[in-house]
Unconditional design. Structure first.
Length: 366
C-alpha cells in the first residue's frame, strides 16, 4: 500500500482527493457525506454576504461526463454557516476549507467570522472578475493566519499575470481551477436556451475541460515550483488524478464526477489511485508528483512512426481503417497492410484501436 498522505499549505491530508466547491458541499451534511465517502478535504459552496437565488433549471447533464450549470454561490446565509453548519463539522474526519466571495471588502468581512470557527482549517477566495483576486488575497491575509487559496479561472484575460499578482500578494496555494465558460446550449426542439439565467449562458465542467487544466497546472508548477496546487477540472478517474499529479499537482479535487457517479466515487478513486501506485512501483504520492515535467520540452519530433500489429489481439473491428483520413491502412480478416506512401504518421489509428493490437514507436534513427 502506497503512502497517500499529502501536505497542502501546511495541513496534512489523509489522501490527495478533495471534494471541490459545489452542490455536494451545499451544507455541513453534504460535506460530511463526502468525508465519509473518502474525500480527505471538502470545500464549501462559496459563502457570500447575500445568499444566492438560482435560476431554474441551473444544472444539466449533457452526457459523456459533463455538466452545464448556471448555479450561483451558496444559498445559505453567513449566519447559518458560522453559527450552525461549520461548527457542526468540528469532529469531521476530513479537512474543512471555506470558500468565500466575491470582492475584497466582502471576503475580508466574511473571513473575520469564518476564521473564528475552529473546524475551518483553510480558506479559498473566488471572484467573477480577475481584477479582484490579488486584492482579495491581501484582504483575507490581513485578518487571518489561515492558509489562503485562490480559485483560478481559465478565461481570465491575463491568466499568468493574475497568478503572479496573487503570489506577490501572499497567496498560499492555487485551486486550478474553475468550470469553463460562458458556453451556450440550445434545445433544438424549442429553439430556447437549455439553461436558466441570463441569455442561457452557462459554465461547462467535466471531461471536456481536463486537458486544458492539465496544461495550466503544468504551467503554474513550472512558473512557481514551490506553490501548492489543487488540480480540479475534468478529473473523473484515478488515471486523471495520476496525470494531474505527474504535472505537479499537490492534490486533486472533483465535483462533477462524484455528482454524476455518486459520492462513493471518492473512495473508488482513492482505492484506484493506491492500486495504480503499487502496480507502478511508486511508494508515495510524492514519488509521482511532477515526474512528467522534465518531458515537457520545446521542439517537435518529425521522424516516421514504426507500427507494430499483433494479430492475436485484433478483433477485426476495422476502426483503424475507418478513421484513417489518408486511406493508408487496410485490414482483411486479421491481415493488416499499410500504404507507407500515404501514411503521415499521425497515430490516430493507434489511439483509436480498442484492443491495443496496433502500437507504434519512433522509427530507429529518426
Amino acid at each position: 500500500m502506497a503512502d497517500l498522505r499529502v501536505e497542502l499549505c501546511g495541513v496534512e491530508l489523509a489522501n490527495p482527493v478533495i471534494a471541490s466547491s459545489g452542490p455536494l458541499c451545499f451544507n455541513a451534511r453534504g460535506m460530511r457525506r463526502c468525508f465519509e465517502s473518502g474525500a480527505a478535504a471538502a470545500v464549501t459552496k462559496t459563502i457570500a454576504p447575500v445568499p444566492a437565488v438560482n435560476p431554474v433549471p441551473h444544472i444539466m447533464d449533457v452526457g459523456r461526463g459533463m455538466l452545464l450549470n448556471t448555479e450561483k454561490w451558496a444559498d445559505l446565509s453567513i449566519d447559518q454557516w458560522v453559527n450552525a453548519e461549520l461548527p457542526s463539522l468540528h469532529d469531521a474526519s476530513g479537512v474543512v476549507i471555506a470558500s468565500l466571495g466575491h470582492s475584497a471588502s466582502a471576503v475580508e468581512a466574511l473571513a473575520r467570522r469564518v476564521a473564528r470557527v475552529d473546524a475551518v482549517k483553510m480558506l479559498e477566495v473566488t471572484s467573477y472578475y480577475a481584477r479582484d483576486m490579488a486584492p482579495m488575497v491581501q484582504a483575507v491575509k490581513r485578518v487571518t493566519d489561515l492558509p489562503v487559496l485562490i480559485k483560478a479561472c481559465a478565461d481570465w484575460p491575463d491568466f499568468y499575470g493574475v497568478i503572479d499578482d496573487c503570489v506577490a500578494a501572499g497567496v498560499d496555494g492555487i485551486t486550478a481551477g474553475d468550470a469553463f465558460g460562458p458556453v451556450l446550449h440550445i434545445d433544438i426542439e424549442t429553439a430556447r436556451p437549455a439553461m436558466g439565467g441570463n441569455y442561457g449562458y452557462a459554465r461547462l465542467s467535466g471531461t471536456a475541460i481536463k486537458f486544458l487544466w492539465v496544461r495550466l497546472v503544468s504551467d503554474i508548477r513550472r512558473r512557481h515550483p514551490s506553490l501548492p496546487i489543487v488540480a480540479t477540472g475534468g478529473i473523473t478517474s484515478p488515471a486523471d488524478a495520476v496525470e494531474m499529479l505527474m504535472v505537479g499537482a499537490t492534490a486533486v479535487a472533483a465535483c462533477t464526477a462524484p455528482m454524476l457517479k455518486g459520492v462513493q466515487w471518492f473512495k473508488r478513486t482513492v482505492t484506484g489511485l493506491d492500486r495504480w501506485l503499487d502496480e507502478h512501483g511508486y511508494a508515495a504520492i510524492a514519488d509521482v508528483r511532477g515526474v512528467a515535467l522534465p518531458n515537457l520540452v520545446e521542439g517537435e519530433e518529425h521522424g516516421p512512426l514504426a507500427f507494430q500489429f499483433d494479430a492475436a489481439k485484433c478483433n477485426e473491428c476495422g476502426r483503424c481503417v475507418l478513421v484513417c483520413p489518408y486511406e493508408a491502412r487496410h485490414l482483411a480478416g486479421k491481415t493488416m497492410s499499410l500504404d507507407e506512401a500515404r501514411c503521415r504518421s499521425c497515430d490516430l489509428c493507434v489511439s483509436t484501436c480498442p484492443s491495443f493490437a496496433l502500437t507504434a514507436t519512433m522509427a530507429s534513427g529518426s
